[in-house]
Design a protein around this ligand. Structure first.
Ligand code: ZN
Length: 444
């Protein structure tokens, strides 16, 4: 067993966990996982299946690692690429085709083709139209607002488009492609009946599903759960995920698929039941709870997305933007609200003093409200910004998910940048993961 499968076994058995072995993190590399089947673990996963007429590939790579991945794959697997399946149009999955096309030209091989679901071209169009926005939100999600916002424009459109289901035959190997709405509206999951290998795309990522993402478009929790149940019905023996660690063994795969479905169903059903009673978003957010026995599973920890964010996405699927709090229907500008609150409290410094007290006690939610009001009420005070930076840095340090850490670190960084000579003391979400990992490595 190589490093990747070793890590997979360690995480499944509880010798390691996804706070130290984050599903997006190292070790990276390519390993054989079944007969004629290889898995490349990077930030995202690539699956390679050898046939008599070349390779079937699931997800060639990310825009930021396509060349590294191509070279790693080519150091181990030689046959030409016949067909690539794009599991969905996210930028960490659909890049890398030009390397295989160049190679086919250079070696006189037939040009490889890519297959994607019918909603994918509209997604690529949206990404090109909103590239700057997407760069900014990804900068918050993954880098805590540090660095330069980047977003690619050069998408490889799928050569073959399908709607609901498609069976592909390459070199005597049959591959089933199934469409399901889940993390995206264009998702495909892939099953190889001969080897019983399941490629889930991002419908499974070895963490709480990315069904809530605060900054991105609608996700579909119930359809997602149904797709996971359908996968389990095929009795796969190997699960190769869109992110995170492979799962080997029919019992483990079934358990992981069914538990993930059960978590999504629970959040969906609790949220919809409260909505049917006329609850406000505030009530829904604070009353719906993820089942504790599920959220503790090694493959369902909230290290990337969170149940609370999933609840919001379910609300958004069934509801409008009105959240049930009447003053929110046509609100005063936040700065005017903050000015009133600061005046009543006796000034912005009173707000920050209380914010730091609450933060010190671990009540980060309330502390951040006070910090936001203080900042808006006194947008020119270095003292206020210094306190805001401390409150958000403490909050980022207390969070578990990439998404929350990233957004709160961005808030800390923004506050720090408003103050001369202020250095940000916090860390980006990725750095926090790596720091956690080094700690564990050192403890071994
Ligand atoms: Zn992904």
């Amino acid at each position: 067993m190589g490093e990747v499968l070793n890590a997979a076994e360690a995480v499944w058995s509880g010798r390691a966990d996804t706070t130290t072995h984050h599903p997006l993190g190292r070790p990276f590399g390519i390993e054989q996982v079944a007969e004629k089947t290889w898995f490349y673990k990077g930030f995202s996963g690539t699956v390679l299946r050898e046939t008599e007429e070349g390779l079937i590939m699931v997800d060639p790579g990310a825009y930021f690692d396509a060349q590294v991945r191509f070279e790693a794959i080519r150091s181990v697997v030689e046959p030409r690429l016949n067909t690539a399946v794009f599991t969905h149009g996210h930028v960490d999955h659909v890049f890398g085709m030009p390397y295989y096309i160049q190679e086919s030209v250079a070696r006189g091989w037939p040009r490889p083709k890519a297959v994607g679901q019918a909603a994918m071209p509209a997604r690529f169009r949206r990404y090109r139209e909103s590239a700057s926005w997407n760069g900014i939100i990804n900068g918050r999600q993954f880098a805590g607002g540090s660095g330069r916002a980047v977003w690619p424009l050069d998408y490889h459109e799928p050569d073959i488009i399908y709607e609901d289901r498609l069976t592909v035959r390459v070199g005597g190997v049959r591959v089933l492609l199934r469409h399901a709405r889940g993390e995206t509206d264009d998702h495909t999951w892939v099953f190889f009946p001969d080897t019983r290998v399941l490629c889930t795309g991002d419908l499974f990522i070895y963490a709480v599903p990315n069904a809530g993402n605060p900054q991105k478009v609608q996700r579909y929790a119930r359809d997602w759960a149904a797709a996971l149940r359908e996968m389990a019905d095929l009795e796969p023996e190997i699960l190769l995920p869109g992110h995170g660690w492979p799962i080997l063994g029919a019992d483990r795969v079934r358990q992981a698929l069914q538990d993930t479905a059960a978590l999504l169903e629970s959040l969906h059903d609790q949220t919809l039941a409260l909505m049917n009673q006329g609850a406000s978003l505030d009530q829904v957010l604070h009353e719906v709870k993820a089942p504790a026995d599920l959220i503790e599973k090694p493959y369902l920890r909230p290290v990337y997305d969170e149940p609370e964010f999933i609840v919001r996405n379910i609300w958004r699927l069934y509801g409008g933007w009105y959240d049930g709090t009447p003053s929110h229907l046509k609100p005063a500008p936040e700065q005017a609200q903050a000015g009133e609150i600061a005046r009543l409290a006796g000034g912005a410094d009173k707000l920050t003093a209380r914010a730091l007290e609450l933060s010190g006690r671990g009540d980060h939610r309330l502390a951040c409200h006070l910090a936001d009001w203080a900042k808006l009420a006194e947008p020119d005070s270095d003292r206020v910004f210094e306190a805001v930076q401390r409150v958000y840095t403490a909050r980022a340090g207390a969070e578990t998910s990439t998404m929350a850490i990233g957004i709160f670190m961005t808030a800390a960084r923004d506050a720090a940048s408003a103050v001369p000579d202020q250095q940000i003391k916090g860390v980006s979400p990725i750095v926090k993961m790596q720091a956690g990992r080094e700690k564990t490595d050192a403890a071994r």
